[in-house]
Design a protein around this ligand. Sequence first.
Ligand code: AVJ
Length: 324
Amino acid sequence: MVALARSRRVQPQPAEDAAFEADVLAGLSATPKRLLPKYFYDGVGSLLFERITELPEYYPTRCEMRILRDHARDIAKLVSEGAALVEFGSGSSKKARILLRALRPLAAYVPVDICGEMIEQEALELRPDFPGLKVLPVTADITQNFALPAPAKAAPVRVGFFPGSTIGNFEPHEAAAFLRNAGRILGTGATLIVGADLIKPVEVLNAAYNDAAGVTAKFNLNLLVRINRELGGTFKLDTFEHHAFYNRERHRIEMHLASLKRQKVKVAGEIIEFRAGETIHTENSYKYSVESLGALARGAGWQPAGVWTDERKYFSIQAFTLAV
Ligand code: AVJ
C-alpha cells in the first residue's frame, strides 16, 4: 500500500515549472478549455491514482494484473536473457514486479516516469526484492525524447513495457507518434508490450470513472489544487464539478471539470473567465479493440507478436516487435 507519509517534497525543475505554466495558460485560454492529463500526477495525484486502482468499479488494473499473472511465462518468452526492460510511465512498478519475477536475468530495468518522487521511491523498494537487478530510474516525460542509461543502451536488445492503458490518454495520432518514437528509443530488434483497455458495455465504462467513493472526482479536482499551489491559482474547489462519460463515437471516456457558475479565476497573473456550465476537458481515455490497436501499431512500424486478455475481454496486453 502506498502511504501518504511516504511522499517527499521534491522541488520541480525550473524548466518543468515553466512548461507547466505555459501549458496551463495555453489550455485555459483555448476554446474549449483543456488541461493535459499528464499533469494529474504530482505527489498527491499519483497517490490518488493508486487509490483509484483499488476501487471496486475501476476494473483495468485488476484485469491487467490478472492477465500478467496468468500469462507471465508466455509474455516472458518475448524477452531474451540480457535484455534491458524499459517501462514507460511506470508509476508504482506493481505490474513490472510480476513480469520481473518471470523474466530471465536482465541487463537492467529502467522505469521512466514524469513523477520523480514516485519512481525514486519505488526503485528503493524494488532493489532489495530483486538483488542483482540494475534498477535505473529515469525521470522524464515519456511523450518527449529521453536518453536511456548506458547499461540499457549497451544491452543487446531493449524491451519496452507500457502497461496501464496509459496509451489511451493519447489522441490516436499521438499514440502512433509515441509508438514510432518508442521504436527509435528502443532500437533494432526491440519488443514492445502494451496494456490497452478494450471497448466494452458503456455502463461498465461509465461506472469506472464515476466511482461511488468520489476518488476519481478528487483526482480530477486535484489538478486545480495543483494549479492553485504551483501557479498561484484562485480556483474555488466547491465551484467545479467532476464530469466523466463515455463518448461512443470516439471510443473514449472524457473527463471534464465543469464550472457551476459564471466566474473569473486568476492563474499565474492571468484572468480566466468561465461561463456557468463551461468545462475544462482534462482527460480522454481511449478504448481500443485488438484490431484497432494492431492497425495503429502496424502504421507505426510494429508487427503484432501476441495478445492476451482476461476472461471478460475487458483488457488486453498486446506485444509487438519492431519491423525491420
Ligand atoms: C492511467 C490513463 C490509464 O484512463 O483509466 C483513471 C487514468 N483517469 N481514472 C485511465 C484515470 C481516471 C487512467 N490511465
